[in-house]
Design a protein around this ligand. Structure first.
Ligand SMILES: [Zn+2]
Ligand SMILES: [Zn+2]
Length: 599
């Protein structure tokens, strides 16, 4: 499905769409030294009249939350969309599998949307696309790795779409916009930042990134390019905020490799299991190298581990000697010290390979005494309990377990404070909007920018649905559009307003009581209500409860005027008396179903 399109290389291309005005932003340090010059410049800028339309930036996800990143950038009658992610549901939506962004705004402006540009292949950036591309028939742009992961998804959903491969340093013209792709390091290969040239100035969108001075793929986050763009003039910086609360620098991926190598040495002779995200191909690459060095055969366990390593190898993001890879079913043919098993389940996912192994439910692999399991990942907030449950189960089976609290077996893919500062310093933007974070992250990121000399009025705190208007010399909040969530329930999109979720919630918290009443046996006042409950009463009280419930219903029916017989009225009445009875007895309000049997 990938269609290669010739994209101009940035060299020689006219990058700045319009001649830029001098910067208005005052860095504290600068303004202290040259107050007069700065003020003069500022006045001049305000005097410049421009008839250019503003650029509108609309946040449809990823702000005030971690997950479902999606931003629309609009000029005149053209919109480009950056990313289209998903989020995982919290307990408030029982049974819901995924949460995807509400894109009513894009659908209402369908004809304007020119394309979707992807920064990288993580779920919070591409996971919503099957539910977006079935409504918006626009091309998607991404690196080979991003598109390989996307294609897996789209095949599963059987949605036709058009994908165009892009690479760092490519220039892409989409209507009034010109997008330059900039290489960044992150915990997945093929990650990009974007420089979006608009008629009113350049916007830099960092995507997710870190600055790794010893990257596995040998090419660093393109700091030089960030600096060059900063020199040319950056109007707006949209920068991710995930690790803004962490001081210093993130650890290099190479450091993780050195720790892992140490563990291979330490546990020579033992069978090794390592669990990590299958999409973290640089981590897997290091593990494959180390395995080769220590003469261990590698087996992959878990569907995504097999699929993604295969896809990454095909596009050249992962390289290994095929002879060193063995089928998981063949591991019995090798001694413990000759094996490395790379498995899914670093987040304690219930159906993953490692979780099933920990509970003895994975066919052909029994973990026990003498085995070593390394969690080369840290739990995503919310997954801690699931991960620790798996660790506990592994310990109980007699295995040794190493996780990130015990050794440097994982490095974050997100920039910490000093790295964020570096990007701010290099790009030197007029305006700044922190993205990719909960409100607390965005707030801290704003403070970080202010500490570097930015004026608070040049920073906007984004909110879900907020539309921001940007001109050459101003930025302002310009109202809100419809935004929020859509719920994915099994195969379809669930409806937030529907009763299904309310009912699931009631069932899960309060239980259910069914009363079946045979109306034909009403002869001598001898109603025989039949009561079934689930999740309402404990076994020892069940019999007495049922007896009492039956007599409550029977007496309610005796009082009812059965001559003006209206089944709905009878049902409503029974529901009321039964509900009151159960509440008095249990302090619960279960779902009540009344069924009247007519002879
Ligand atoms: Zn990411
Ligand atoms: Zn992300």
């Amino acid at each position: 499905m990938n269609e290669n399109q010739n994209l101009t290389h940035r060299e020689g291309a006219n990058f700045g769409v319009e001649k830029k005005q001098p910067q208005t932003k005052q860095r504290k340090q600068v303004s202290n030294r040259q107050p007069k010059a700065q003020n003069l410049q500022k006045e001049q800028n305000f005097a410049v009249k421009t008839n250019k339309k503003p650029v509108k930036i609309t946040f449809l996800g990823g702000v005030g939350e971690i997950g479902k990143n999606i931003t629309a950038i609009e000029y005149d009658d053209e919109i480009i969309v950056v990313d289209g992610g998903l989020a995982f549901p919290t307990g408030e939506f029982p049974g819901i599998d995924l949460v995807v962004p509400d894109i009513s705004y894009l659908i209402a402006n369908k004809s304007k949307v020119k394309g979707i540009v992807l920064t990288h292949g993580h779920e919070d950036h591409i996971g919503g696309l099957p539910y977006i591309l079935n409504e918006l028939k626009v091309p998607v742009y991404g690196t080979p790795m991003t598109l390989a992961l996307l294609d897996n998804k789209m095949q599963e959903h059987r949605i036709e779409y058009k994908a165009v491969t892009v690479k760092p340093k490519n220039l892409l013209k989409l209507g009034n916009f010109q997008i330059e792709f900039i290489k960044v390091s992150h915990s997945i290969a093929g990650s990009l930042a974007l420089c979006i040239s608009t008629p009113v100035g350049n916007i830099i969108h960092t995507g997710d990134f870190k600055i790794d001075f010893e990257p596995i793929d040998g090419s660093m986050t393109d700091l030089t390019r960030f600096g060059e763009l900063g020199k040319k003039g950056v109007n707006l910086l949209l920068c991710e905020s995930t690790n803004v609360c962490r001081k210093g620098y993130s650890m290099s991926e190479s450091n993780v490799g050195r720790t892992l190598e140490g563990l291979f040495e330490k546990f020579a002779g033992k069978r090794l299991f390592v669990s990590t995200f299958a999409s973290n191909v640089h981590r897997l690459q290091q593990l494959l190298w180390i395995a080769e060095k220590f003469k261990r055969k590698v087996a992959f366990a878990g569907r995504s581990m097999i699929n993604i390593t295969e896809a990454a190898a095909k596009i050249g993001e992962l390289s290994y000697n095929r002879e060193n890879i063995i089928d998981i079913d063949k591991i019995d043919k090798y001694a413990d010290g000759e094996l490395l098993i790379l498995c899914t389940g670093s987040q304690g996912e219930p159906l993953s390979a490692l979780t099933r192994m920990a509970h003895g439910e994975f066919p052909k692999v029994k973990i026990g005494e003498g085995d070593v399991v390394i969690f080369s990942a840290s739990p995503i907030p919310g997954n801690e309990k699931a991960v620790y449950n798996v660790i506990n189960a592994l310990y109980k089976k007699g295995a040794d377990v190493i996780y990130d609290e015990l050794a440097e077996v994982h490095a974050s893919g997100h920039a910490c404070q000093e790295e964020l500062k570096t990007i701010h310093a290099l790009t030197n933007p007029k305006f700044f909007i922190p993205i990719h974070g909960e409100y607390r992250h965005l707030k801290r990121h704003k403070e970080l920018a202010i500490s570097m000399g930015m004026n608070s009025r040049d920073i906007i705190m984004p909110e879900l649905g907020m539309q921001v208007e940007m001109g050459e010399n101003y930025i302002k909040q310009a109202g809100f559009v419809t935004a929020g969530i859509r719920l994915v329930d099994g195969y379809g999109l669930g409806d937030l307003e529907s009763n299904v979720l309310k009912e699931r919630k009631q069932l899960s918290e309060e239980g259910i009581c069914v009363a079946v009443i045979n109306m034909s046996s009403s002869g001598e006042g001898g109603f025989e209500p039949f009561i079934i409950t689930r999740g309402v009463v404990y076994e020892k009280e069940a019999e007495a409860f049922t007896e009492d419930a039956r007599s409550v219903i029977a007496s309610a029916l005796r009082e009812q005027d059965l001559r003006s017989f209206d089944p709905n009225e009878i049902k409503a009445n029974i529901k009321k008396v039964l509900s009151n009875f159960i509440y008095k007895r249990t302090k619960r309000r279960p779902m009540i179903l009344t069924i009247l049997l007519m002879a």
